[in-house]
Design a protein around this ligand. Structure first.
Ligand code: URA
Length: 215
């Protein structure tokens, strides 16, 4: 499937390091005044497989790296099940780069559309500089940021490839959703994730990416 995803970032930086440094200096973003940390990436900047999550949670806010809490542990296991190492073969980032503080005793809330839109040029710039060949979008927020999809839910979209600007993009379930739905019976979210990650592995091999990752 092809899509009209915008590919031109609105802000350009010469390298990932200059972009990361500029993001760490940022004070005009909508979540700056919450005091949450700027959490940008973990993994290998030379990886050809990128994973885009939603926003940092409390563990990520503490450690300054995405997907290091319970969702991240499950994500690493899912990747390892198809012989992908998250620190070597993957670049992991988020659509929103600071924790959106929760209300009513919750640690975190879903990012709002203005928040997603504000950080989107930075995410697109990360994508341009890292230049992944495969991008996995975990859940609805990253699907909104990268594919502009707000109507179709993740259950409809998951497991399908979208091709944009020479990149293969697949929405997948968010690991947090799998933690809430541990059933593994046929047709369950976990069973579908297993199907999707095997398709990702197949595409990764088909594109010859196993040989191209520099460390
Ligand atoms: N959930 C996400 O989407 N991203 C993280 O970094 C952590 C949890």
């Amino acid at each position: 499937m092809t899509t009209n995803t915008p590919t031109q970032p609105q802000k350009t930086y010469p390298t990932v390091d200059t972009l990361v440094a500029a993001m760490h200096r940022m004070t005009d973003d909508p979540l700056h005044d919450t005091g949450s940390a700027m959490v940008i990436y973990r993994g290998n900047p030379a990886a050809k497989l990128m994973i885009v999550g939603e926003a940092p949670g409390p563990q990520e806010n503490k450690q300054g790296k995405p997907f290091v809490g319970p969702s991240g542990k499950l994500l690493d296991q899912i990747l390892a099940s198809v012989q992908l190492e998250s620190e070597k073969d993957v670049f992991v980032t988020n659509a929103v780069f600071r924790l959106p503080p929760g209300v009513d005793g919750k640690a975190v809330r879903k990012p709002t559309t203005p928040e997603i839109n504000f950080y989107k040029p930075y995410l697109l710039e990360i994508i341009r500089l890292i230049d992944p060949k495969i991008i996995l979008l975990t859940g609805a927020v990253s699907m909104q940021a990268v594919l502009n999809e707000t109507k179709l839910g993740i259950t409809k979209m998951r497991g399908q490839w979208f091709e944009a600007a020479g990149r293969w993009i697949m929405p997948i379930f968010h690991p947090a959703y799998l933690l809430r739905n541990p059933d593994k019976s046929p047709g369950s979210p976990k069973a579908l994730m297993w199907q999707d990650i095997q398709e990702v592995r197949r595409k990764y091999a088909e594109l010859g990416l196993a040989e191209s990752t520099k460390t």
